[in-house]
Design a protein. Structure first.
Length: 139
């Protein structure tokens, strides 16, 4: 385990734009408030979603596409720098009309409505390739 203390610099709430891409909206918020490190939560609804599942044996993501309206029952993630760009690592639990849930690593989704709370931190977090997992993990 590696860890560090983080110094919060600000907290923000944002309403995501209908029709925009969910993760890009969060990255735009981070850019707007100049946060190179942040933690966020959110909720809302999307009109479609592409979630990724990481195959721990094959060491690759498999996409799962949902071309249907979904509630974003819960969204959680963080912002860090990946190759010098802000990347919002985003996970969601989404629900269908009957309450059934689908969940995973959110690659992209189209916002129907979304509300985000973001806490920004002073020092940047950076990701780099990790040999063992083949993922881009925090340094
Ligand atoms: Zn993930």
């Amino acid at each position: 385990m590696n860890y560090r203390a983080v110094e919060p610099t600000g907290e923000y709430v944002a309403r995501l734009e209908t029709g925009a891409e969910w993760r890009s909206e969060i990255e735009s918020l981070a850019a707007e408030v100049e946060a190179d490190a942040a933690w966020f939560t959110g909720l809302g609804a999307v009109s479609d979603a592409e979630l990724w599942f990481y195959d721990q044996d094959g060491l690759e993501y498999a996409p799962v596409e949902f071309d249907e309206p979904l509630e974003v029952a819960s969204c959680v993630g963080n912002v860090a720098l990946l190759d010098g760009e802000r990347f919002a690592h985003t996970h969601v639990v989404c629900s269908r009309p009957d309450g059934e849930a689908v969940a995973g690593h959110l690659n992209e989704a189209t916002v129907f409505a979304g509300e985000i709370h973001m806490r920004a931190f002073e020092d940047p977090l950076e990701r780099a390739h990790d040999e063992t997992t083949d993922l881009d993990l925090w340094l």
